[in-house]
Ligand binder design. Sequence first.
Ligand SMILES: O=c1ccn([C@H]2C[C@H](O)[C@@H](COP(=O)(O)OP(=O)(O)OP(=O)(O)O)O2)c(=O)[nH]1
Ligand SMILES: [Mg+2]
Length: 147
Amino acid sequence: MKNVLIKKLEHAKDLPLPNYESVSAAGMDLRAALEAPMTLRPGERKLIPTGLQMALPEGFEAQIRPRSGLAIRNGITMLNTPGTIDADYRGEIKVIAINHGEEEFVVEHGDRIAQMVIAPVKQFPMVEVDELDETERGDGGFGSTGV
Ligand SMILES: O=c1ccn([C@H]2C[C@H](O)[C@@H](COP(=O)(O)OP(=O)(O)OP(=O)(O)O)O2)c(=O)[nH]1
Ligand SMILES: [Mg+2]
């Protein structure tokens, strides 16, 4: 089992580490690490700090995704979902939240605002060619196989 190394910044010292909330959960919830509550007006987007820095094992990324409960109840989602955390990123993990709801939404210190899924990724060399091989699909896409 590979470890993810995680460091708490000062404003997250009192918060628990991200944790799988059920036995086979894909994601770990991320909490807002705030000195004061943050308000998202309808349509507004804000960068929410988590107070966490992380070192992922090589060959992995972390994806920052919305929580479905916040999305359905409050219209809160991540604008860039899935956000990408690179294995070599050592800065604070932050969440780009947007309020798609009709009501103001207040984020308090410690609120679980997003979830993080750690997934394998591969890097590939790009090789430029003049022609590509032919396939049955060819350039058909965007609904070409019907509904
Ligand atoms: O939701 C996110 C997305 C990204 N990041 C951090 C980690 C990631 O490794 C870094 C860069 O993200 P990305 O590549 O998506 O942003 P960019 O606009 O391409 O910035 P850069 O030029 O720094 O790569 O920002 C976050 O903390 N939260
Ligand atoms: Mg980038």
